[in-house]
Design a protein around this ligand. Structure first.
Ligand code: ZN
Length: 262
């Protein structure tokens, strides 16, 4: 891990005031913003600025995140906590940005005590208590229902309850049983479909683990909610309770401004 970190070129945060053309350029690349009510878009901008002031951006492999990169990542990262508040991302500071996909060295000891060492290509990674690592090429490109930044920050929310397992700490009034039931049913169904080689509307990577299913569903929940609602309405409902927003509701009927902590 130390050798890995040595490659990182560190730059400081830049809480400079954001000029209107920069906001416009960044927001033009995020079509999901159209789904937000005007009050939520304003709240998201404020959260993004706070995010930039409290997180430390670093570039890896000679990549230097400029203001466009930082603001773009901040805006996407704050979408999942629009109704939860930035406190959900407390306890760590780093956002490390690679220019492109990167390699993660892995060391795993199997059940027989044999050590396996290998390298894994990644577009993003979230460390429990540590930084979020992102590939800018993947964070910038928008594909239908796919968002690497939301994915990694959903893992961060999941980790608030310990190891990522697809069950973040739920709010008062939410049912753990209802969450687990909805998650298990949806995950089992999805894994079966992927195993059978079926073409899926969700990223097949979601079949890897319940934690990945939660992260992938979170991407779709915010960027293409119709897809998730159609496939797994019960889990969609649980996500709307957790994230405290339902982007399928007409904006005028949504509650706004409830930035409570989880
Ligand atoms: Zn993941």
């Amino acid at each position: 891990m130390f050798r890995f970190l040595q490659k990182i070129f560190r730059t400081g945060p830049d809480p400079a005031r954001i000029a209107a053309p920069l906001w416009q350029a960044v927001e033009a690349c995020q079509p999901w913003l159209e789904r937000l009510a005007p009050a939520d878009r304003t709240a998201l901008r404020s959260l993004a600025l706070e995010f930039l002031e409290t997180k430390v951006f670093s570039g890896a492999q000679d990549f230097e995140p400029d203001n466009f990169v930082r603001l773009s990542i901040a805006l996407q990262a704050c979408l999942p906590v629009l109704r939860l508040g930035l406190a959900a991302y407390s306890g760590w500071q780093g956002v490390i940005v690679y220019p492109d996909d990167f390699v993660i060295p892995r060391r795993i000891v199997d059940a027989d005590g044999v050590l396996h060492e290998y390298e894994e290509d990644a577009l993003g990674e979230a460390w429990d208590g540590g930084p979020v690592i992102l590939a800018w090429s993947a964070s910038r490109e928008m594909q239908e229902g796919i968002n690497v930044v939301i994915h990694e920050f959903a893992h961060k929310l999941d980790m608030l309850g310990g190891e990522a397992d697809g069950e973040p700490p739920l709010h008062a009034g939410m049912s753990v049983e209802a969450w687990q039931h909805a998650l298990d049913d949806a995950f089992d169904d999805f894994r079966d479909r992927v195993d059978q080689g079926e073409a899926t509307t969700l990223d097949p990577y979601a079949a890897e683990h319940p934690a990945e299913f939660f992260a992938v569903c979170s991407e779709t929940f915010f960027t293409e909610p119709e897809i998730l609602m159609t496939s797994y309405p019960e889990f969609y409902r649980q996500l709307s309770l957790f994230y405290r927003i339902d982007l399928l509701e007409p904006p005028g009927t949504r509650e706004t401004g409830a930035h409570s902590k989880i």
